[in-house]
Design a protein around this ligand. Structure first.
Ligand SMILES: NC(=O)c1ccc[n+]([C@@H]2O[C@H](COP(=O)([O-])OP(=O)(O)OC[C@H]3O[C@@H](n4cnc5c(N)ncnc54)[C@H](O)[C@@H]3O)[C@@H](O)[C@H]2O)c1
Length: 255
């Protein structure tokens, strides 16, 4: 399906832009005419992405950023605004999986790692993005939660906890800024065909088979299907949508 958006003259920022859903969203923002600030902890691949977008005639800036480091996130937003003068849209997408284990066996280090990236990373991103958007009196943010933010699940407690937290941060920030022209929503993907899920299908086959039985559509989602929902949430077509958590999950949460 060919849905088109026109974001000409607008500036978008994407975290975790080098692979999976962040990559698809970065390309979709660029195709829709936005200048895209692509950021990732993986320096080589994010620079390659910016080069590729630029070679295709788009405007793009690569910034290396570990979202678990608040100072790096602050520098990311600063570089975006220094280069393009404003920030219209942000997709706070970077996230990781924990080492699978039942809760009594999970380590504090792994919990801190997952929470630092998936939850505090989203908080840091919003904190610095909103400081800029507040001065503009406009903006749209999409945070990446998961169906794991809507339901519980076995053996990945830190992940499910972090993704529930993203929804809490999203709703609260949306209330802070709803009357100031800034919309903040979360997208909650089901199982999507990305490098993260490829690894899970390899390492946790039985658990993934169980999970996929509940995804009644009978297939993995595509990264473009998530990018479509992110761009829609950022667009004027979603002008009355804020504080929402949109399940894009092939029927998973309908169970
Ligand atoms: N794939 C799925 O089925 C699925 C489902 C629901 C939610 N999600 C969420 O969607 C987001 C993207 O998932 P994906 O499957 O595309 O992942 P992925 O592993 O395929 O890609 C993630 C990208 O994030 C980057 N990254 C990792 N840690 C980072 C950090 N600390 N700072 C900045 N960048 C970092 C990686 O380098 C990589 O480029 C994550 O938040 C994930 O939890 C994924």
């Amino acid at each position: 399906m060919n849905v088109t958006y026109d974001f000409t003259g607008q500036v978008a920022l994407v975290t975790g832009a080098s692979a999976g859903m962040g990559l698809a969203a970065s390309k979709a923002f660029a195709k829709a005419g936005a200048a895209v600030v692509v950021s990732d902890v993986d320096a080589d691949s994010v620079q390659r992405l910016a080069d590729e977008l630029t070679a295709d005639g788009h405007e793009a800036l690569a910034v290396v950023c570990d979202v678990a480091d608040d100072a790096q996130v602050e520098a990311l937003v600063k570089q975006a605004v220094e280069k393009y003068g404003k920030l219209d849209m942000a997709y706070n997408n970077a996230g990781v999986q924990p080492i699978p284990a039942e809760m009594a066996d999970q380590s504090l280090d792994d919990y801190e790692r997952v929470m630092g990236i998936n939850l505090r990373g989203v908080w840091s991103c919003m904190r610095h993005e909103l400081a800029q958007m507040r001065t503009q009196g406009s903006g749209a943010i999409v945070n990446c939660s998961s169906v794991g933010g809507l339901v519980g699940g076995k053996a990945l407690g830190a992940y499910y906890g972090s993704k529930h937290g993203v929804i809490g941060l999203t709703k609260s920030a949306a209330m802070d800024y709803a009357a100031q022209g800034i919309r903040i929503n979360a997208v909650c993907p089901g199982a999507i065909k990305t490098p993260m899920v490829a690894k899970m299908l390899e390492e946790q086959k039985d658990a993934m088979d169980e999970f996929l039985k509940l995804q009644a559509i009978g297939r993995l989602g595509t990264t473009d299907e998530i990018a479509n929902s992110v761009l829609w949430l950022c667009s004027d077509a979603a002008s009355f949508v804020t504080g929402a958590s949109l399940a894009v999950d092939g029927c998973f949460t309908a169970n």
